[in-house]
Design a protein around this ligand. Sequence first.
Ligand code: AMP
Ligand code: ZN
Length: 114
Amino acid sequence: MSDCLFCKFVRKEIPTRVVFEDDSCLAFEDINPKAPVHVLVIPKKHVASINVMTMEDEAVLGHLAFAARQIALEKKIDQSGYRAVFNTGPDAGQSVFHIHLHLLGGRPLAWPPG
Ligand code: AMP
Ligand code: ZN
């Protein structure tokens, strides 16, 4: 989707602070971090949310978790712990409609979230 901000990151039309990239995903620093580590991991394919994913997207979404683990290792939060979250729809506060896994860590994270 051409007017999607995160697709523009994938196409390198807008610069962002990339921390990981491979054939199917891109990860970059959140512009408004909510924890010492706050990285967004996205599929390169535009999918608006979990609500509209198809079976075709299962593998790449699983791959986002694998990439998040690699980033957690690199950021040295794999032992202290982290949270991996897909906000979906209004009650979860989803504001960007291109699926993104929030990788949060580097401090204790309250549960349940607000
Ligand atoms: P959500 O509210 O779950 O849809 O998350 C969207 C996230 O995208 C928020 O944490 C924002 O801070 C982040 N975000 C918005 N614009 C940018 C940007 N230009 N670069 C990096 N992260 C962004
Ligand atoms: Zn997109």
